[in-house]
Write a protein of this length. Structure first.
Length: 168
């Protein structure tokens, strides 16, 4: 008898990866809103796939054997023009005293670390042209059900409250 769990029809791994990448976007967005000023001793190591779709880095960096597949950048003191959107970010950095603009989609990121607070995230690299799998519409929301919820409160919401408080 096999103890192997069945394959999930819900792409949990992809959903979690997407949510964790959103953490990176939110953190970088906060830094952008403060004019690029990092609070306290915070600084970020961001590792990404240099040949992932949407990555834009200068050719002298991409063609360097050291960075042909993956690169780690540091956002700490000397970076500029940080621009963050829902798909990725752009930033200016210096490499051997040569300024460069980088454009990095969140899907290309494989690691995000803030050593000042011992925080880190690792991501599964998405393959070339890979996006999260599309999923079918929920079957329980079909109009044939008469539009009334089977469960819920008097106001029609389906919100369930869960309290994880400690027992007293």
């Amino acid at each position: 008898m096999s103890e192997t769990p069945p394959d999930s029809l819900i792409p949990y791994d992809e959903i979690v990866q997407e949510a964790l990448r959103a953490v990176v976007g939110r953190v970088l967005g906060q830094i952008e809103r403060t004019g690029g000023t990092l609070p306290g001793a915070h600084h970020f190591y961001i590792t990404f796939k240099t040949r992932a779709p949407g990555v834009s880095i200068p050719s002298h960096l991409r063609d360097n054997d050291k960075f042909s597949d993956e690169m780690t950048i540091v956002l700490q003191n000397k970076f500029w023009d940080l621009k963050v959107d829902e798909d990725g970010f752009k930033v200016g950095l210096s490499f051997n005293q040569i300024p460069a603009k980088l454009e990095i989609p969140y899907a290309a990121i494989t690691a995000f670390v803030d050593p000042a607070v011992d925080f880190g995230l690792q991501f599964q690299a998405l393959g070339a042209g890979t996006a999260p799998e599309p999923h079918e519409d929920a079957q329980n929301d079909s109009p044939e059900r008469g539009g009334e919820a089977d469960v819920g409160t008097e106001d029609g919401s389906n919100v369930v409250s869960v309290d994880f408080g400690r027992k007293k």
